[in-house]
Design a protein around this ligand. Structure first.
Ligand code: G6P
Length: 614
């Protein structure tokens, strides 16, 4: 994880770096720092905690230098403190580096450098890297580019890094392997580096996504040059960003999470835009077009993902198996890649990732690709690594998601999966025409229905007030609402730090029921579908043990109302589409509880939005 930024241009670097770091803080917020060449001095400021702490130690007015680098950290090697914060300097204090990734062989490299007289202030792998570069430069009398190139050949691991050199205030050098890095190209040799495009968008829309093994040199005189680690020249491929600045601002909401929950009517619509036509009864996904035969004839589909995206994957299994009758297996990417999975040529592997950068998901698709599988990426971030590593795929078009807890990305992923299931089902002839049409109508109506669910906010708020101090919560659901129960529980634990478990409602009898008493509220998704009566029985079992029930029910339900202590109503929709609606009150509930408990909703402790370490 970690976020990195760099700037070289004509404006003071510090405010640009600072704003960039705030945009990248979702990637980690254990510490932050900047290094700027200011009046011929390489000045470095860094401290533990959020970027706001950094502001407290930098005198902005005195910082007029027009070249600098900045970093916001999610700690891997070394505890989060001032010393381990990036940037890190060379022994002679002439070079400074920022780094996102892990240098796996830093131990032996460090031992060797210590033997050669180097001293280390921090416990980080990054300090080893900059001192290795320094040593190679000194020993071989190389220029900085060559020294970096040779150093990277000795390094095993992942990195996106930028180096600043006091002796050359006209140049920054960056390199990428595994971790993401974007170069922004402004006017008149103004350049930006960042882990994603969000720090760049307000200055320029022209960007280059660096590929693994590439080293980018930006220079006031010579512009941008890209060479590989093997010293081959690469012609920069300049792309235009489609991002919109407003999506990166709070726009009047107190938190990004709340804004993103409320954006769902629009984001679900955006995910469907141009892909679904109710009047002509058509559904299409551009990414499937050239691979349709292979996908329709696949013997099985494997979906790999992590976190919330894994919950979408579970729903994908229900949707694809139900509508297209293709067997689907869902795997945590981190487990899949380490257990010697059976992958056959012709298998289809779907990778779901909001960020498109999750290291385990990326490694899983690389493995599957090497064994001949077709890789279909469902990503939100355009140009992200997983999107680029996939043979084909679909963007979810939810817009930037900044709150660490995923909300609108989840419903957008469901939209993409639902469209895929519809395309496959239609092509295979496994969906009857009237059902297909009913589902299209149902999909089309979802944005308005989500809008309606958001109107339950006051009811959800008052429920949050009652339960904000509990220590545990159980979430139950069946069928498509089981993954929703898992997602509801994840939302609560990640932002309010209340222990929560999601379970299939019927499994409650096999363990969790032992925990139920008046102090363990149980949230049950009990919408009207085939398993409704069974869920009602599960509710009776909870009640019989003195449990307190919060139920998500279908509008107009009276039976559950008579049993549950609190109910939240959602509109009627097709059973298979219920998750789009039932998840919304759970997102709101965890949001309100977290705010009431004074938790940092957008940046929960120990978490990061983009998990680029394995
Ligand atoms: C982190 C985030 C989650 C996210 C998960 C997978 O844990 O905090 O919100 O669901 O990573 O991320 P991805 O970007 O691959 O969907």
């Amino acid at each position: 994880m970690c976020g990195i930024v760099g700037y070289l241009g004509t404006k003071p670097a510090y405010p640009i770096l600072l704003k960039g770091l705030k945009r990248l803080e979702y990637r980690g917020y254990d510490s932050s720092g900047v290094a700027i060449i200011n009046n011929d001095e390489l000045e470095m400021f860094k401290c533990k905690g959020k970027v706001v702490n950094l502001e407290g130690i930098v005198d902005e007015k005195a910082m007029t230098g027009t070249i600098g680098i900045g970093h916001t950290r999610w700690a891997t090697h070394g505890v989060p403190n001032d010393v381990n914060a990036h940037p890190h300097m060379s022994e002679n204090s002439e070079l400074a580096i920022i780094h996102n990734g892990i240098i796996e062989n830093y131990g032996p490299l460090k031992t060797e450098l210590i033997k050669r007289g180097y001293t280390f202030q921090s416990d980080t792998d990054t300090e080893v890297l900059i001192k290795l570069i320094e040593e190679i430069q000194k020993k071989g009398k190389f220029d900085l580019f060559e020294a970096i190139r040779f150093a990277l050949k000795e390094v095993v691991g992942a990195y996106a890094m930028v180096v600043i050199n006091k002796k050359n205030p006209d140049q920054l050098i960056a390199a990428k392997m595994g971790s993401p890095l974007v170069v922004g190209i402004g006017k008149d040799n103004e350049f930006f580096f960042a882990s994603d495009a969000t720090p760049i968008i307000e200055y320029t829309k022209n960007v280059v996504y660096l590929e693994d093994g590439e080293i980018a040199i930006v220079d006031r005189q010579n512009g941008l040059k890209i060479r590989t680690i093997h010293n081959k020249t690469v012609k920069p491929f300049i792309q235009e960003l489609e991002m919109n600045l407003e999506t990166l601002e709070l726009g009047g909401y107190p938190h990004f999470m709340l804004k993103e929950i409320y954006e769902q009517p629009r984001s679900v619509k955006d995910s469907m835009r141009g892909r679904i036509q109710v009047n002509t009864g058509t559904v299409s996904l551009g990414g499937m077009r050239d691979y349709l035969d292979q996908m329709v004839n696949a013997k099985r589909i494997i979906i790999v993902a992590c976190g919330t995206s894994w919950h979408s994957a579970l729903l994908g299994e229900y949707l694809i198996e139900d509508l297209a009758r293709i067997p689907v297996e869902v795997e945590y990417a981190s487990e899949f890649r380490y257990r010697n999975p059976v992958i056959n040529e012709g298998d289809v592997v779907i990778a779901i990732s909001q960020s498109g950068e999750t290291a385990d998901t990326l490694a899983a698709i690389k493995l599957a690709k090497s064994k001949g599988a077709l890789i279909y990426g469902i990503c939100n971030v355009i140009g992200s690594t997983i999107a680029r590593e996939s043979h084909t795929g679909s963007y979810t078009h939810a817009g930037p998601e900044i709150g660490v807890a995923s909300t609108k990305a989840f419903t957008a992923q469901l939209t993409a999966l639902m469209l895929m299931a519809l395309v496959l089902g239609k092509e295979k002839g496994t969906i009857e025409a009237p059902t297909f049409q009913r589902l299209l109508v149902g999909m089309d109506a979802l944005p308005d229905k989500i809008e309606k669910v958001l109107k339950t906010n006051d009811v959800v708020y008052s429920i949050a007030e009652k339960f904000k101090d509990v220590n545990n919560m159980l979430y139950l659901g069946r069928g498509v609402n089981f993954p929703v129960a898992l997602e509801g529980a994840l939302k609560l634990k990640e932002i309010s730090y209340i222990h929560a478990e999601g379970y299939p409602a019927a499994e409650m009898k096999h363990g969790p029921i032992a925990l139920i008493d008046e102090n363990m509220p149980v949230i049950i998704i009990a919408t009207k579908d085939a398993s409704y009566e069974k869920v009602v029985s599960n509710m009776q079992e909870v009640k019989a043990r003195g449990g307190v029930i919060i139920a998500i029910v279908t509008e107009g339900d009276t039976q559950v109302k008579s049993i549950a202590d609190h109910v939240i109503e959602i509109p009627i929709t097709e059973s298979i589409l219920v998750p789009f609606l039932s998840v919304i009150p759970l997102q709101l509930l965890s949001y309100h509880i977290a705010v009431m408990r004074d938790c940092n909703v957008d940046q929960p402790r120990n978490l990061a939005k983009s998990v680029t370490v394995e």
